[in-house]
Design a protein around this ligand. Structure first.
Ligand code: ZN
Length: 253
C-alpha cells in the first residue's frame, strides 16, 4: 500500500465521501487555508512537526483538492522543506520526470484523492470503460474528469488509450498496460466523432470507428475501435479509445 493509501487506512477511511482533506491534513499536523495567492497556486510552510498549507481560493473545487493533496505530498515526502508551487508545477499528468519533487507530490495527491484500493472494485467491472462511468466516479471522489480518466487507464486490465488535447494544441496520450506499446496518431482524423466533440462540450455517446482513423498501420482497417470524447470544463478535449479485439494489440502492439 502506498503512503497516502496507508494514511487513509490508518484513519479508517474507506468511503470516497469521507476523504475530507482539511480534516486529514489536521491529523498529520497541517492546517489548510484557502486564500488569495499571488504568483503561485499553493504553498507549504513547515516548522518541525507542524505546517500551514495555503491554497488559491480562486481555483475550482477539484483543483483545490488536488493542490491540497499535492502539498500534503510535499509534507510526507519532503518534510522540513518549504515549497511554493506554481500552477504548472501541480497536476502534470504525464510528465516523465518522475523523480522530480513535484511529480512525487502529484502522485501522493492522486493516491489520496483517487485511492487505488477504493477504485479497484469500481474499475474491475468496467470492461473497456466509458466516459459516463468515469464521470460518475469523478463526482463520487470529487476529482477532475481528466485525473479520474487517467487513473482508470492506469488501473484497468483492458486495452484502452486515453488522449488529451488542450487549448494550446499540446497533447498527451497514455496507453493501459494491456494496450502494450500502441500509440495513436497525434492528430484527430476529421471522420472521427472526436473531431466534432471539440465543439460539442458534453460527453458524446461511444461510437465504433475503423482503426485506421487512429493508426497509420497496414491492414489495420479490419479492426474497429470504441471511441468516445468529451470537452472537459477545463477546456481539454479528452478521448477514450477502447480496443474490443485484442488481436489488434497482438498484431500491432
Ligand atoms: Zn509542489
Amino acid at each position: 500500500m502506498r503512503p497516502a493509501e496507508a494514511l487513509l487506512s490508518d484513519l479508517g477511511i474507506s468511503d470516497p465521501c469521507d476523504i475530507d482533506l482539511r480534516a486529514i491534513a489536521h491529523c498529520v499536523g497541517v492546517e489548510v487555508i484557502f486564500r488569495n495567492l499571488a504568483g503561485c497556486e499553493a504553498q507549504i510552510v513547515g516548522v518541525k512537526d507542524r505546517a500551514i498549507v495555503f491554497v488559491s481560493e480562486d481555483a475550482r473545487h477539484t483543483r483545490k483538492r488536488f493542490s491540497t493533496g499535492h502539498e500534503l505530498g510535499h509534507w510526507h515526502h519532503h518534510r522540513g522543506q518549504s515549497f511554493v508551487c506554481r500552477k504548472e508545477d501541480i497536476g502534470r499528468p504525464v510528465d516523465n520526470r518522475s523523480n522530480n519533487a513535484e511529480r512525487v507530490a502529484d502522485a501522493y495527491a492522486a493516491d489520496l484523492i483517487l485511492p487505488p484500493f477504493m477504485l479497484r472494485p469500481r474499475i474491475a467491472l468496467a470492461n473497456l470503460g466509458s466516459l459516463e462511468l468515469i464521470s460518475e466516479i469523478a463526482t463520487q471522489f470529487a476529482a477532475s474528469l481528466t485525473a479520474t480518466a487517467l487513473r482508470f487507464v492506469k488501473m484497468t486490465e483492458q486495452p484502452v488509450i486515453l488522449m488529451a488535447h488542450n487549448l494550446a494544441g499540446r497533447k498527451w496520450q497514455w496507453a493501459s498496460v494491456a494496450a502494450g506499446q500502441l500509440r495513436v496518431r497525434d492528430d484527430i482524423d476529421s471522420r472521427s466523432c472526436a473531431f466534432s466533440a471539440a465543439k460539442a462540450g458534453h460527453i458524446q455517446s461511444a461510437r465504433r470507428e475503423p482503426a485506421h482513423y487512429w493508426f497509420d498501420r497496414r491492414h489495420i482497417e479490419q479492426f474497429d475501435l470504441k471511441v468516445q470524447s468529451v470537452q472537459t470544463i477545463e477546456g481539454e478535449l479528452l478521448t477514450l479509445i477502447g480496443i474490443p479485439d485484442k488481436r489488434l494489440v497482438e498484431l500491432y502492439g
